[in-house]
Design a protein around this ligand. Structure first.
Ligand SMILES: Cc1cc2nc3c(=O)[nH]c(=O)nc-3n(C[C@H](O)[C@H](O)[C@H](O)COP(=O)(O)OP(=O)(O)OC[C@H]3O[C@@H](n4cnc5c(N)ncnc54)[C@H](O)[C@@H]3O)c2cc1C
Length: 415
């Protein structure tokens, strides 16, 4: 008889974990508190980007963070409040703002990103999943020469330390590459190895595939704890609609994970990093490839079926409101670069909570309290980009086989 696994959380990390577990012979049930794929997995920008090697904590970032805290119009903001968990998170973040940690973290992130991209390629080549996967790279256009030159330093650093470079396009050369851009920009940098997909389609298509293979997906079932008697092994997941027995459990609850700390036997320092997106019909002059306007911190994703602007990072706790000013910042930012920054109809205005750890690495580890409970959470701004590698790692951990990437740097004991 197959071993049974319960995956808690039907986000992109839970989906990938369930997929690889099922593929290796586990009998899998996913428990999701709302609809499958309704968390950060839903309205994100869909980049699968091996170029996002460097973590958020970098030398000099802390002073920018402090400035952003007092500027209401910054795309990065922290709602000032007395919240011990937030201040402890910020302290840990500050401790990682040095080159040594940045390089060490980059090594693990690069392994995760490269493995994930290869696994997505395999997934889309071999499975009936339609997620509008495209490998057109990601372009960073700049209005100002200073932006181009700052990126040039970044490019040099990435080439030297990670053997990963971008291609430079000066002046209107960038418009030849991407005709949706206005002329007169300083130029742009293109990472040709990046890819993108449509996240909501990935999730619905993956759901259909997994259900056809016998994975049971229980929506509107909220996980509330484990039942283990006095044993160090959990026997059941307790949910709002009854208990589910299993041999192993995977907690993939994204930004909600710290709310489960008492059940996991550890303090998971994840803060919800709220981002926004706006999804529309395709403009007539639609970009051919994803664009990141770093000077205004707006990201653009085009698909055959639509078009999205996304960005913003608000540390405002578990706040569920949509701030119209934030949506307006997306529109205004894109208008500096694109002939047609927006289009009608606007299909959705959305927010999602990125699961932010203070060092930018996810947690992929066994719970310190229960030996058959595993945590797969804290994927920060690149959870789609790291989901498939995470699913494979979780499957290796549950099977007790060697992992294809060293998992020690992602241990929960590092905090
Ligand atoms: C605006 C924006 C743009 C982004 N763009 C990109 C991008 O381009 N590329 C990229 O790689 N990443 C991107 N991200 C980040 C990415 O969305 C996240 O890193 C990723 O979705 C995290 O996946 P997850 O499965 O851990 O969390 P989620 O997708 O949030 O899933 C967690 C799930 O767990 C469920 N859950 C929580 N608690 C319980 C419970 N007690 N019981 C049952 N279920 C529970 C939740 O309902 C949720 O469905 C973006 C994020 C935002 C906000």
């Amino acid at each position: 008889m197959s071993q049974r696994a319960v995956v808690i959380g039907g986000g992109v990390v839970g989906a990938a974990s369930a997929y690889y577990l099922n593929k290796s012979g586990w009998d899998v049930t996913i428990v999701e508190q709302k609809g499958f794929g309704s968390g950060a997995a839903h309205g994100n920008c869909g980049y699968v980007c091996p170029s996002h090697i460097l973590p958020l904590p970098q030398p000099g970032v802390m002073s920018k963070t402090l400035k952003a805290m007092v500027s209401p119009n910054s795309p990065f903001s922290i709602k000032p409040r007395f919240d011990l968990a937030l201040w402890s998170w910020l302290l840990q973040f500050a401790r990682h703002c040095n080159e040594k940690d940045m390089l060490a973290t980059g090594v693990t992130l690069q392994r995760m990103l490269n493995s994930s991209k290869a696994l997505y390629e395999e997934l889309f080549a071999n499975e009936p999943i339609d997620a509008e996967w495209q490998e057109s790279g990601i372009l960073y256009p700049f209005r100002h020469e200073a932006g181009m030159e700052h990126f040039a330093e970044n490019d040099k650093f990435l080439r030297e330390h990670f053997n990963h470079g971008a291609d430079r396009y000066d002046g209107d050369e960038v418009v030849k590459l991407e005709p949706a851009l206005k002329s007169g920009l300083a130029g742009g940098w293109h990472f040709p190895g990046d890819a993108h997909l449509r996240p909501d389609k990935l999730m619905s298509s993956w759901k259909t595939l997994m259900e056809s293979r016998g994975v049971s997906i229980l929506e509107w079932h909220q996980f509330q704890g484990f039942s283990n008697g006095k044993s160090t092994k959990a026997t059941r997941a307790v949910t709002s609609k009854g208990d589910i027995e299993a041999d192993a459990f995977v907690v993939a609850t994204g930004a909600w994970t710290p709310l489960l700390n008492q059940h996991l036997g550890c303090k998971v320092p994840i803060q919800p990093g709220k981002g926004y997106s706006m999804t529309m019909a395709r403009p007539k002059l639609c970009p051919k490839m994803p664009l990141i306007f770093e000077e205004h911190r707006v990201a653009v994703t085009p698909w055959p079926s639509g078009y999205r602007l996304g960005s913003i990072m608000e540390f405002a706790g578990y706040d569920e409101t949509i701030n119209p000013k934030r949506i307006e910042m997306l529109r205004a930012g894109a208008s500096h670069y694109l002939h047609e920054p927006t289009a009608e109809p606007v299909v959705e205005q959305w927010y999602g909570w990125r699961p932010m750890t203070p060092d930018s690495l996810p947690i992929i580890d066994r719970s310190p309290a229960l030996e058959n409970v595993f945590i797969a959470a804290g994927h920060n701004m690149i959870g789609v980009s790291m989901a498939t590698a995470t699913g494979k790692l979780i499957t290796e951990l549950l099977n007790g086989t060697p992992t294809h990437i060293p998992v020690e740097p992602m241990s929960v004991k590092r905090f």
